[in-house]
Ligand binder design. Structure first.
Ligand code: ZN
Length: 139
């Protein structure tokens, strides 16, 4: 389960709408808790999508990723995971998302703008090469 404040969920949704029809992306920072349980997102860091196909995929520039991770860690938080939007897709990981997943045990939140706004969260399992859906608790 991942715990996210409603204000932070709204921040991700606003970011997704602002970038539409491109995918928006960012980093989730917070407290990881014991063995990945009780993850709490404390802050959302918007990033620039530098992918060459920004309508169907996202890439955070390596330099931006490094300095944002540095900022997160120096503020006493951890990287919990990432979020991105699907302006024209469902709230589950795409084939591209699966092929590019690189952070085992981390959460990948997806904001779908297709029809109604929906959010979901997925944990990358390196062993099976699959995303496993996790519950989001909005507080
Ligand atoms: Zn995606």
């Amino acid at each position: 389960m991942i715990v996210i404040e409603k204000d932070l969920v709204n921040q991700m949704i606003e970011h997704a709408r602002r970038e539409e029809p491109k995918e928006a992306c960012g980093i989730l920072a917070g407290e990881a808790g014991e063995a990945g349980e009780g993850k709490v997102v404390k802050k959302v860091f918007e990033c620039k999508n530098v992918d060459t196909s920004p309508f169907y995929a996202y890439t955070i520039g390596p330099e931006e990723l490094l300095w944002k991770i540095d900022e997160i860690e120096s503020s006493g938080l951890e990287v919990i995971g990432f979020y991105h939007s699907h302006p024209m897709g469902w709230e589950r990981p795409s084939a591209v998302d699966v092929s590019r997943a690189t952070w085992p045990g981390h959460s990948y939140v997806i904001v779908s703008l297709l029809e109604h706004v929906k959010i979901s969260s997925w944990v990358w399992d390196e062993v099976t090469g699959r995303f496993i859906e996790e519950e989001i608790m909005q507080i």
